[in-house]
Design a protein around this ligand. Structure first.
Ligand SMILES: Nc1nc2c(ncn2[C@@H]2O[C@H](COP(=O)(O)OP(=O)(O)OP(=O)(O)O)[C@@H](O)[C@H]2O)c(=O)[nH]1
Ligand SMILES: [Mg+2]
Length: 439
């Protein structure tokens, strides 16, 4: 990971030093970004689309109020890098059936045998009982290598030192590993030629019928990872990918991007020779680390919270607001946490305006209002003008409040509706002041 992080440190330093974005600064950032991605061996077409998108967003998007420009620029790069490396979805490491069979394949020296043991340990730590099978009959040392690793971590092992037929070994291994939840089948990486290797892999696949085929790729091959994946995919389905040696090269970035582009899912990354040096791949966490920002997570949270609020204000402005949308807004506000924190994010003028108008949106009120809104019928929510005394009484009883509380809420809603346009204008002005100058 370190080599990749080093590539981006100059870029982050550069962005930390900016106070505004003009064409020149944008060009410098773009160049530095491209340089970093090129050194990480990211495929050229991906570099181009990545920088196009990032630059466009830097030009068009304004940092939400309370978020400094430089933080927002880093946020955009983070966001786009996550997309480049396969998106936000979390990988699934559940064991849907027992025994669950994972077959590893990959070219010579890619790290299959080491990764087989690493995965066994990974699951062992999670209370899953794994077993290991070695089917490599070509390299004499393979049997001893995996047997020793299996002993080291304390999991059952099957292999045949003098075995000749990989398919038969796999079958016998599967039959002999009885009380395990997970079977990991290691395969050879070398053969008479590539064709022979791929055919053996397919024969084992057909005999074993694994639940998951995992391709093991060495990070140092960089963007070539895609071609490797595609070559194997012609012979067997590839369900997941492990990228090894991420600790020793920056080209792992290119390998990750290239694999993501093939549609295959990176599940694990190897980050050292040690048997415990395996990590679940999570694009979000990975990118945060590569950008060297422990505080990135909190920045992302803040940006997301503010963007959510922006949506609410948009609703307000559009005038489409009825009690139904008011209720949705309250739900969103309650999700955002203490109101004082939200107020901090608003520009000063807006925050003071709100207190001037005497809208006391205390957390307690919000909850009370939500209860009131929940005991109203859809018709009432859509058209509050039908609310007469008897309806108000019914609603109050349903929500466990007084009729006065119901009327207070309706008044606050009317006030909010009235001032929504003004609010929005203020908000726009304020965010523009801290924003990116438009050409
Ligand atoms: N630094 C580092 N080295 C690794 C990692 N994973 C594997 N290695 C090393 O890479 C070398 C090859 O690993 P193996 O597991 O033997 O690779 P293989 O794919 O089984 O090799 P063959 O069976 O010969 O095709 C060994 O020296 C491992 O220690 C990793 O994540 N980081
Ligand atoms: Mg091996």
């Amino acid at each position: 990971m370190r080599p990749l992080a080093e590539l981006f440190s100059k870029l982050i330093d550069k962005i930390r030093g900016i106070d505004y974005l003009d064409e020149q600064v944008l060009t410098e950032i773009t160049r530095e970004l491209q340089r970093s991605l090129l050194k990480a061996d990211v495929p050229l077409d991906l570099i181009k689309s990545f920088t196009d998108r990032a630059v466009q967003r830097m030009k068009e998007e304004r940092p939400p109020p309370g978020i400094p420009l430089k933080d927002y620029v880093i946020y955009i790069i983070y966001d786009e890098l996550v997309r480049l490396l396969g998106g936000e979805a979390e990988v699934n490491v559940g064991i849907p059936k027992r025994p669950y069979v994972i077959m590893l394949l990959g070219v010579e020296g890619s790290g299959k045998t080491t990764t087989a043991a690493k995965i066994a340990l990974f699951y062992l730590k999670r209370g899953v009982k794994p077993g290991l099978i070695e089917t490599d009959t070509i390299r004499p040392a393979a049997y001893d290598q995996l047997r020793q690793l299996a002993e080291k971590i304390g999991v059952p092992f099957y292999g045949e030192r003098e075995g000749r037929d990989a398919v038969e070994i796999a079958k016998r291994g599967l039959a002999s590993l009885k009380n395990v939840d997970l079977v990991i089948v290691d395969t050879a990486g070398r053969h008479r030629n590539e064709q022979a290797l791929l055919e053996e892999v397919r024969a084992i696949y057909e005999a074993v019928k694994p639940d998951e085929v995992m391709l093991v790729v060495d990070a140092t091959v960089g963007r070539q990872a895609a071609a490797q994946a595609e070559a194997f995919m012609k012979y067997v389905p590839v369900h997941s990918v492990a990228i090894t040696k991420m600790d020793s090269t920056a080209r792992g970035g290119g390998a990750l991007a290239a694999v993501a582009k093939t549609g295959a899912r990176v599940k694990f990354i190897g980050v050292g020779e040690g048997v415990d040096e395996l990590e679940l791949f999570n694009a979000r966490k990975f990118v945060a680390r590569v950008l060297g920002m422990g505080d990135l997570e909190s920045l992302v949270e803040r940006v997301k919270a503010v963007l959510e609020e922006e949506k609410i204000l948009e609703d307000l402005e559009s005038g489409r607001m009825d009690l139904l949308s008011f209720k949705k807004q309250l739900d969103a506000l309650l999700k955002l946490g203490p109101l004082s924190k939200i107020m901090e994010l608003l520009p000063g003028t807006l925050a003071s305006k709100i207190s001037e108008e005497q809208i006391e949106l205390s957390q307690k009120n919000l909850k009370k209002w939500r209860a009131i809104l929940s005991s109203m019928t859809k018709e009432e929510l859509k058209d509050p003008s039908i609310l007469n005394a008897s309806r108000i009484r019914r609603i109050a009883i349903g929500a466990g409040v007084t009729p006065k509380d119901v009327k207070d809420m309706l008044r606050a809603y009317e006030a909010m509706k009235r001032m929504s346009k003004a609010l929005r204008r203020q908000y726009r002005l304020a965010s523009r002041r801290g924003g990116i100058p438009q050409p």
